[in-house]
Design a protein around this ligand. Structure first.
Ligand code: WT7
Length: 660
């Protein structure tokens, strides 16, 4: 941890405007401190009160937190509810029936709107359709869908019947999809004929066919296909059916399946430090509660807001802040099918202005890409669009560098919109450390303070809390309702990854480094402390990429490290030793291209190494450990300062410096 520099101790603070302060859902820093104090004084009472106030329970809970099987915590366990009921029926009943739930903008700009009443009817039909196929409580359903109203409806329909969805990002390869179908034991896959992004069509249904043809997916009985483009596809008789056909005759009402609060809501796979992705499992009651509370606290959501989260439903952000949170809050939200740079890099600003978006939530990597684009073409500058509807901005997925923060603040927010830099993870279900708008004075590059009820700390390698100013390991000291319940099918991995014995077995280990400012106590995230990379806000395990590289017939050994990148935050840099001689010149370039395509095919294009370097050997200590710190220094082009006396073959250093 010694190389984590303490932050400048006199940060520049950005205070909220009086107008924002007066209207905010939380009354200033005093209000924030009061809610935090309530959580400290009576932890269970705090959560119980919010759970009663925010969720419509079919059967009220009597027990708030069961810690008997810790770290397998159980929240509100004897309560019964249905998440879809809380998102849809409740809004239909409470006056939001005719309110627009989703403003969907397709890749080509075509807009479709759907009200709460219509979405409710659609989800009920979908739920009935799934039931007609024999799918019910506890069954797993894989969703491999483009950004669409149907994708959201598919998730909500699973929640309605108590089925457990596992959304697989539609950029993942057939192999990755197959691995997740098998691990989850899915009974059905919901997909589309094609996905359209940036004018390009991607054949999702044929990727599903390929995944199933690879074998081992014997649990899958049905593939349900949403007709997005009408491109010709093959339907396997008895297995595949069109979504429209399935729903055509279904009634538009459907009794929700009442489930216990701890019933699994979904599994979402994410990268860890081994080659195998982890199935992060969330539970209905606690997850829904935190989705609602963070909509209210972090996003200050109000009835008139037009909320837009630019994430994909394939990631946790798209689960909590598209498929569940905004609907549970009764908000109107924008959902976008395409990419920020098509037809040009003004697309986001054009859409904000067209839909009068008030809250805009995106990733630093997108902001940096758009800064670059408008440096090149000033016509795409956000100041040239009418962004006057915006009142709040958000950032998620990786640390936002202060330069990007300032640009976002001044050019998108016109110096008037707070930015909530939200730190959280797939495993946490919702925001953990974030400013509250109109409450917390902002510091560019800091996610500031934990939300009420969240007990964050920075500790050393033995789990002892460190003084402010000293870099260490980010942990959460107490459980929270929306936390991961287990790693699907692997409870031991859950315990070892998140509650490691080295830290005493009671602290939740986030996997990130952090430091608190001496003066303000604000948190800054210093990046992952494990072998996980963050590329454009996407989490990639170095081991996953390494194992795919060595599975290539040409490759003998591979090591993958991250390298700082102006746009993507981190870039993937792979060091490869081939079975044959080290390639040179054109041949090296050709093989590098081949290996990149191989990784894209085996995992996803998002896992493609930006750089590949060939060597006769990888730098190893005499005991055979790959010297990753050395590889990271070489990737960054930094002078090598570490002790090389244990390096077996110093001559390979020169080879490693040459990128392809
Ligand atoms: C990892 C979690 C949270 C939804 C999207 C990513 C990094 C996330 C921030 C932030 C600094 C951040 C961390 C974390 N991260 N948000 N505001 N500041 N780092 O979810 O794929 O589960 O990745 O993303 O490294 O551990 P994820």
């Amino acid at each position: 941890m010694s190389d984590i520099a303490p932050l400048k101790q006199e940060p520049e603070l950005f205070n909220p405007s009086a107008q924002f302060v007066n209207n905010a859902n939380i009354a200033g820093m005093e209000g924030y401190r009061a809610i935090c104090a309530a959580a400290e004084e009576d932890f269970e009472g705090f959560w119980a009160r919010h759970a009663r106030d925010h969720i419509s329970w079919h059967k009220p809970f009597t027990r708030t937190l069961n810690e008997e099987q810790a770290p397998f915590y159980r929240w509100f366990e004897d309560g019964e509810l249905n998440v879809s009921y809380n998102c849809l029926d409740r809004n239909v009943a409470n006056g939001n029936a005719e309110k627009t739930a989703v403003i969907f903008e397709a890749d080509d700009g075509q807009v479709t709107q759907i009200t709460y009443a219509q979405l409710h009817a659609r989800v009920c039909q979908f739920a009935n359709g799934l039931r007609a196929l024999g799918i019910g409580k506890g069954d797993r359903v894989v969703i491999y869908m483009p950004m669409s109203i149907e994708g959201i409806a598919a998730m909500q329909a699973c929640a309605r019947i108590g089925a457990v969805h596992s959304v697989v990002f539609a950029g993942f390869s057939a192999k990755s999809l197959r691995e997740r179908i098998i691990d989850a034991g899915a009974v059905a896959v919901i997909t589309a004929d094609e996905q359209v992004r940036g004018g390009k069509h991607l054949p999702l249904k044929s990727i599903v066919d390929e995944a199933l043809d690879l074998g081992g997916c014997d649990t899958v009985n049905n593939v349900i296909v949403y007709k997005r483009t009408g491109a010709g596809i093959d339907l396997v008789p008895g297995r595949d059916l069109w979504l429209d056909t399935l729903l055509a005759e279904q009634p538009t009402t459907s009794e929700p399946e009442w489930v216990g609060a701890e019933h699994p809501l979904f599994i979402l796979y994410t990268s860890g430090s081994t080659g195998k992705p982890k199935g992060v499992q969330h539970a209905c009651g606690g997850y829904l509660l935190w989705a609602m509370l963070t909509m209210k606290w972090t996003f200050d959501i109000k009835p008139a807001d037009v909320f837009w989260c630019t994430a994909d439903i394939g990631w946790i952000t798209g689960h909590t802040y598209i498929a569940y949170g905004p609907l549970a809050a009764g908000a109107t939200q924008v959902v976008f099918e395409g990419v920020p740079t098509w037809p040009d890099a003004g697309r986001f600003w054009d859409m904000v202005s067209k839909h009068r978006t008030t809250i805009f939530y995106t990733a630093p990597t997108a902001i940096r890409a758009l800064i670059k684009a408008c440096d090149k073409d000033p016509h795409l500058h956000p100041k040239r669009y009418d962004l006057s509807s915006l009142r709040l901005l958000g950032s998620v997925g990786e640390p936002i560098n202060p330069e990007a923060w300032m640009w976002y603040y001044h050019n998108v927010g016109n110096g008037e919109c707070p930015i909530v830099d939200t730190f959280w993870q797939t495993e946490t279900g919702g925001h953990m450390i974030s400013p509250l708008p109109g409450v917390t004075p902002l510091v560019p590059g800091s996610c500031t303070l934990p939300l009420p009820g969240i007990m964050a700390a920075v500790v050393d390698e033995a789990g002892n809390e460190l003084p402010h100013g000293q870099g260490g390991i980010l942990v959460f000291k107490r459980p929270w309702p929306s936390m991961i319940r287990t790693v699907w099918g692997d409870p031991e991995r859950f315990k070892a990854s998140y509650f490691p014995q080295e830290l005493g077995g009671k602290l939740y280990l986030a996997g990130d480094g952090a430091v608190r400012n001496e003066k303000t106590g604000y948190f800054s995230i210093t990046g992952r402390i494990d072998d996980v990379l963050n590329v454009s806000g996407h989490r990639m395990g170095t081991m996953e990429i390494e194992s795919v590289l060595v599975a290539n017939p040409r490759v003998a050994e591979a090591a993958v490290v991250g390298k700082p990148d102006d746009t993507t935050g981190e870039a993937i840099c792979a060091y490869v030793m081939l079975k044959g001689p080290r390639p040179l010149g054109d041949e090296a370039q050709r093989i590098a291209r081949e290996l990149r395509d191989w990784v894209a095919r085996e995992i996803s294009p998002i896992a493609k190494p930006k750089e590949i370097r060939f060597a006769d050997n990888l730098p190893k200590t005499r005991s055979g450990k790959v010297m990753r710190r050395l590889l990271r220094a070489i990737a960054k082009g930094e002078p090598i300062t570490q002790d090389l006396s244990t390096l077996e073959d110093p001559a390979i250093l020169e080879q490693l410096r040459q990128a392809q």
